[in-house]
Design a protein around this ligand. Structure first.
Ligand code: MTE
Length: 313
């Protein structure tokens, strides 16, 4: 994903973390240092000491592959607000995820602001096993805790003119050193109202049976498993219902590389990465990538009649 400004304002760079560095980290995790790291990774999210975790698992969402052990997924993240390293875990310690409120605004019955704990009390939580596929061609499979995005839409009571849901991450240059760069902060993402109503669209407040650790986007993020991971925006502070298609963070940064829809398709390569297969975190293997990341039965219908759009990458 890494884009650095040199000449002009956008020159793509190769993948931020070379494979060798990743393999090294894995080797380290196997040793004594790994034990200490693993117990740290296993700690509860700092922002919610008591909460309804773990939530009951929704058996409708299962996997065709093992869950990625936390020691691999928790130290291999993209969270550019805290740097471009995959090992953003220590830097993300600076995220102050409590107290945290989310503003609901735009074309809604009545704008409001709600604390994350209050929101959780209103909508309830469930656990789902989802795949997660980054456009950099790595993947993981994780148990998210959260609630369907449709429940948040129902609370917001959008007006009929609302066509998209726009999500925004916090903006705090003091807290997040990555936000002192030229990137178009804050991070913004969006989906159509139809996508938001799809049962797969999920708002996550936890992972591995506990509140989200900071590096996963505490305290509240999206999980859209049929789309590339960059659509799954972290640490959301604003949800706006809008008539116009939002300009997303990656689209603003590199429009030739990233579009609005960003649905997973092994047959459509990204300019820098083939999407035909993926490296599964925590294994030495690659597996073929599936159309809509394996969720075609649930989501392909959303895109009927939109074939002329740039639906993939
Ligand atoms: N959200 C914010 N606010 N900032 C980010 O840098 N990175 C995105 C997405 N959401 C990102 C973000 C990208 S590129 C990916 S692949 C996923 O988060 C990574 O999620 P993970 O770290 O939980 O695997």
């Amino acid at each position: 994903m890494l884009i650095k400004r040199r000449r002009g304002w956008e020159i793509p760079e190769p993948l931020a973390t070379p494979e060798a560095v990743f393999l090294n980290r894995r080797a380290l995790l196997g040793g004594a240092a790994g034990l200490a790291a693993a117990s740290m990774l296993g700690s509860r999210g700092a922002w919610a000491a008591d909460g309804p975790y773990p939530a009951a698992r929704n058996g409708a969402y299962i996997l065709d592959r093992p869950v990625t052990p936390e020691r691999f997924s928790a130290d291999y993240n993209n969270f550019y607000e805290f740097g471009t390293s995959k090992s953003v875990l220590p830097a993300a310690d600076a995220l102050k995820a409590s107290p945290w409120t989310v503003k609901i605004e735009g074309l809604v019955d009545k704008p409001f602001e709600i604390g994350v704990e209050d929101l959780i009390r209103k909508v309830g939580l469930e656990e789902r096993l989802y795949r997660h596929r980054c456009v950099e061609a790595w993947s993981m499979s994780v148990p998210w805790t959260g609630f369907p995005l449709s429940k948040l839409v129902a609370l917001a009571k959008p007006a009929s003119g609302a066509k998209y849901v726009q999500f925004t991450t916090f903006l705090d240059r003091k807290m997040a050193p990555g936000q002192r760069t030229f990137y178009p902060w804050p991070y913004v993402e969006g989906v159509t109202m139809e996508e938001a109503a799809n049962d797969l669209a999920f708002v996550a407040t936890g992972i591995y049976g506990k509140p989200l650790p900071n590096q996963f986007g505490a305290p509240i993020r999206l999980a859209l498993p049929w789309k590339y991971g960059f659509k799954s925006i972290k640490s959301i502070v604003k949800v706006a219902f809008v008539a116009e298609r939002p300009k997303t963070f990656w689209e603003a940064l590199g429009p030739s590389e990233y579009g609005f829809w960003a649905n997973v398709n092994p047959a459509v390569p990204h300019p820098r990465w083939s999407q035909a297969s993926e490296r599964v975190l925590g294994t030495d293997g690659r597996v073929p990538t599936l159309i809509y990341n394996g969720y075609g039965a649930q989501v392909a219908g959303l895109y009927k009649g939109l074939e002329q759009e740039r639906l993939f990458v």
